[in-house]
Ligand binder design. Structure first.
Ligand code: AMP
Length: 504
């Protein structure tokens, strides 16, 4: 078998090619046989555009079955898939297209006026359009091609995709992912989470991000399993389709939203095999409440664009609330002193990882790449955490979110946990804000449960019993909603910017 990702998927295809690979929420069915014919047409089209191995195909399209097939066709054509968040504006897209210099660019026909001029200005050779309902020029052009296609051979270390990081600080960076990176992770996760051809994954995640594109899709293909493919997380659709699924993967907000729905009952999910959470921290309270409601313990795992998945709570054995579990087989995880890089035991430090899952570097940024790897090949994730004696990893937060107040380190998650445990609190985000005396002051932004009333001073006096003075917020601000990105991550930078002048 060749080393590339699509050859690996082929080796796992079901014998019966009439088996459903994907069914959309409006009833479109794609069998494994259809997968081959449709991606064959698309791959022939890509070749006719002159895409050579290593050429980038940039795609900014709404989630759809066609967009997913385009990803697989790109693999077959030996090119490099480069998905972009459909929410990016034309001026943001300009940066990605300039940086990645794709040979072809596929975008939503709805953005024709803004993006056609941009693509012309940047000299991109080919531009086609793809709407969520198969509209646009791409699928029409593909229909003119035959479905027979001989896959272009690629080696394990060749690039399969470039995914830009969400770039919460500074410029977004293009993480170069090889066939070996994606293939090894799909293989490990498929067996670690006991996926089989019988599984049906409820897929409601976006497909421009590692979670929905690689974890969800690649694991399904590695098992020769099926997916129920939703354009987005829509509570009513998810509840309607859960009875037909065996596994669901989600970001934590999926689970809090399900818990908020009276129709989400133990009976509804009694048949389910597995619920997986990742991309943002799952509150211990959510984990516990979910188990109480359904009898299922959510399996939390930890990964990032650059590394694919690194750790996972076990399939059998304790799934510990607040922990992302031990390192996956074949992956090494250690904690190091952020400044010196010296490995440390027991204490909090920066999480570093090494393994076949870890990317090759940032596109066009060799210096930046060099800065983020240790000499022995470990990648410095920028997440702070610690590992317990059983090997379970606990994430404390991003290093850049660490607050240094009056010279003392304050880990936001510790303060958030104390606040979230107070009656009436839904959730909180703790940030550091410039302060004339302390350098940075601890500030809490808190969302209360509907109908709950609490003042800043009431909260402060309750926290006095739980937290040392230097960790307690200098200000508590109440909000109706915490700002989050599509992956459910709280946007702390946005909060810091908003409240930057609180003490000036
Ligand atoms: P992304 O590259 O968008 O996937 O973001 C990766 C980052 O998300 C990681 O570096 C972590 O900061 C965060 N992350 C992912 N999974 C988890 C998790 N289970 N718990 C806490 N943070 C997580």
């Amino acid at each position: 078998m060749a080393d590339d990702l699509f050859s690996y998927f082929r080796s796992r295809f079901p014998e019966d090619m009439e088996k459903v690979f994907l069914e959309t929420s409006d009833g479109r069915i794609i069998t494994y046989g259809n997968l081959l014919t449709e991606t064959g047409r698309l791959a022939n089209l890509l070749m006719s555009l002159g895409l050579a191995p290593g050429d980038r195909l940039a795609v900014q399209a709404e989630k759809s079955a066609d967009a997913l097939l385009l990803y697989l066709a790109t693999l077959r054509a030996g090119a490099v898939y480069l998905p972009l968040n459909p929410a990016y504006t034309a001026s943001e897209v300009r940066y990605f297209l300039t940086d990645a210099a794709p040979r072809a660019f596929i975008h939503d026909p709805a953005n024709e006026s803004a993006l056609s001029a941009l693509a012309t200005e940047l000299g991109i050779a080919h531009r086609l359009t793809l709407g969520p309902d198969s509209s646009g020029t791409l699928m029409a052009a593909a229909m003119k091609h035959g479905s027979d296609f001989t896959d272009i051979a690629r080696n394990a270390d060749d690039l399969a995709a470039i995914l830009y990081t969400s770039g919460t600080t500074g410029r977004s960076k293009g993480a170069m992912l090889t066939h070996a990176n994606l293939r090894s992770n799909a293989d490990v996760l498929c067996s670690f989470w006991r996926f089989t051809a019988e599984d049906v994954l409820l897929h409601a995640l976006p497909i421009f991000h590692t979670h929905g594109l690689f974890v969800g899709t690649n694991v399904t293909l590695a098992a020769g399993a099926s997916m129920l493919f939703l354009p987005r997380f829509e509570l009513g659709d998810v509840i309607r389709l859960l009875p037909r699924a065996s596994v669901m993967m989600g970001v934590p907000t999926f689970y809090t939203r399900l818990l908020g729905a009276p129709a989400f009952t133990r009976d509804l999910v009694a048949h389910m095999r597995l619920f997986v959470s990742g991309s943002a921290p799952l509150l211990s309270q959510t984990h516990t409440e979910f188990t109480e409601r359904t009898g299922h313990a959510i399996l939390e795992r930890y990964g990032m664009t650059e590394t694919n998945m690194n750790t996972s709570n076990p399939y059998d054995g304790a799934r510990i609330p607040g922990s992302v579990g031990p390192a996956l087989p074949g992956v090494e995880v250690r904690i190091a002193n952020p400044e010196t890089g010296k490995p440390i035991r027991g204490d909090v430090g920066v999480i570093e990882v090494r393994g076949p899952n870890v990317f090759g570097g940032y596109w066009n940024m060799p210096e930046r790449t060099a800065e983020e790897f240790r000499a022995d090949g470990f990648f410095i994730t920028g997440d702070l955490g610690h590992i317990d004696e059983r090997g379970y990893v606990y994430i404390i937060g991003r290093a850049k979110d660490l607050i240094i107040s009056g010279g003392l380190n304050v880990y936001p998650v510790e303060v958030e946990d104390a606040i979230n445990a107070l009656p009436g609190v839904t959730e909180s985000a703790v940030i550091g804000v410039p302060h004339p005396d302390f350098g940075e002051a601890v500030v809490a932004v808190v969302k209360l449960n509907a109908g709950a009333g609490m003042t800043e001073s009431q909260m402060n006096s309750q926290l006095a019993e739980r937290l040392a003075g230097f960790k307690r917020p200098k200000r508590v601000l109440f909000t109706d909603e915490l700002p989050r990105n599509t992956m459910g991550k709280v946007q702390k930078k946005a909060l810091r910017d908003l409240h930057a002048r609180l003490f000036s």
